[in-house]
Design a protein around this ligand. Structure first.
Ligand code: SF4
Ligand code: SF4
Length: 203
């Protein structure tokens, strides 16, 4: 008899536990039914990358002086700078430049330290291939500028989270003239002055 009562007690406890877990699961489901979907329908919709997004690197062949600073500051010595010394002109002549984006960690060191600013980070992030060796870009591939998301007629650009007004999480159907949270880079330059001399935020 005691054994039977223990079994009934166990069964009742487990039933209540199961009901509680189902209730918890459904509460999450019902909570999400109140929310609007914020799924980006890629590739028909794309998020506009933020200003300081570090995407595929752009290279300007004519500005490169073959100094190899980019190689020395790269944590994995990745850029390949192929040059030869022109005895007549007494200077290096760049023959070939490449970066393997299948290995690059997009830290931006090479861009920061390049003395002639011939490297820059772009907003291009669509670098998927079936073979990572295809991501070894030469100077021609790196010289191509990416197509801006907000200029592509085939794509609906959506403001990234950083561009949304304060407290807004949903970029769909937001009027294009909506004021974003925070300042845009040009406003920061205006506020701080060219060298930060007008910066009121300084102590
Ligand atoms: S972004 Fe970083 S890892 Fe990539 S090439 Fe430049 S320094 Fe090297
Ligand atoms: S640091 Fe700049 S100028 Fe020097 S080799 Fe690299 S890309 Fe060329």
């Amino acid at each position: 008899m005691l054994n039977f009562l223990k079994q009934v007690a166990d069964y009742t406890r487990e039933s209540f536990q199961a009901a509680r877990y189902i209730g918890q699961g459904l509460s999450v489901t019902f909570d999400h039914m109140q929310r609007r979907p914020i799924t980006v329908q890629y590739p028909y919709e794309k998020l506009i990358p933020s200003e300081r997004f570090r995407g595929r690197i752009h290279f300007e062949f004519d500005k490169c002086i073959s100094c190899e600073v980019c190689v020395r500051v790269c944590p994995i010595n990745l850029p390949v700078v192929d040059w030869e010394f022109d005895k007549a002109a007494k200077k290096k002549t760049l023959k070939h430049y490449s970066i393997d984006f299948g290995v690059c960690i997009f830290c931006g060191n090479c861009v920061e330290y390049c003395p002639t600013n011939c490297l820059s980070m772009t907003e291009e992030y669509e670098l998927s291939t079936y073979d990572r060796h295809e991501l070894n870009h030469d100077s021609v591939a790196m010289g191509r500028l990416p197509y801006k998301v907000n200029l592509d007629p085939m794509v609906t650009p959506l403001p990234e989270l950083v561009y949304l007004p304060k407290g807004v999480m949903e970029p769909h159907e937001l009027p294009s003239d909506t004021r974003r949270a925070g300042l845009v880079p040009s406003e920061i330059v205006e506020e701080t002055g060219e060298n930060g001399k007008n910066d009121r935020r300084k102590p």
